[in-house]
Unconditional design. Structure first.
Length: 159
């Protein structure tokens, strides 16, 4: 029994070390290659989800616009979880951790704006969208050097 436990412990430690080594070896270029498809999928989803939301808000159709924002929030939360699972280059870990916190906050802001719109609170939603845009700018500043294409967040394209 002790031998099995010892072997299992050694195997677990080995797997943990291999995972750490893989994360330590991650390069900035490798990270970009890994996350861009995630961001592309999210961007394409947002283009479908939020395509006509600006016109809906202008036309006073706040509930459908709010539903679209809530769908976009769910898509971004899913993308955020996927992005967080990608091993980061050790040299960029602090910047990427900060960036991911901004991405997570964007999901929360999309949700808040969606709830405000569904409640008929257009002015409150507009204030949240301003906050969302500011948050996206802060996120983009963190990863400017990565030359992201799809991972540059531009909520103003949709709102």
């Amino acid at each position: 029994m002790k031998t099995k436990t010892l072997i299992l412990t050694a195997l677990t430690a080995f797997i943990a070390l291999v995972s750490l080594a893989a994360a330590a070896e991650q390069t900035r270029e490798g990270y970009v290659e890994a996350v861009e498809p995630i961001c592309k999928t999210n961007t394409e989803a947002n283009e479908k989800i939020l395509g006509g939301v600006r016109q809906e808000v202008k036309a006073g159709k706040l509930k459908p616009a709010g539903a679209a924002f809530l769908k976009a929030a769910a898509a971004l939360k899913k993308a955020s979880a996927q992005l967080a699972a990608v091993p980061q280059p050790a040299a960029d870990a602090a910047k990427l951790t900060k960036w991911l916190s901004y991405v997570k906050e964007e999901g929360k802001l999309f949700e808040k704006a969606g709830k405000a719109l569904k409640a008929g609170q257009k002015t409150k939603a507009q204030t949240i969208v301003v906050e969302l845009t500011h948050n996206a700018n802060l996120a983009n500043e963190q990863v400017f050097a990565f030359d992201f294409h799809y991972c540059q967040f531009e909520p103003s394209k949709f709102t």
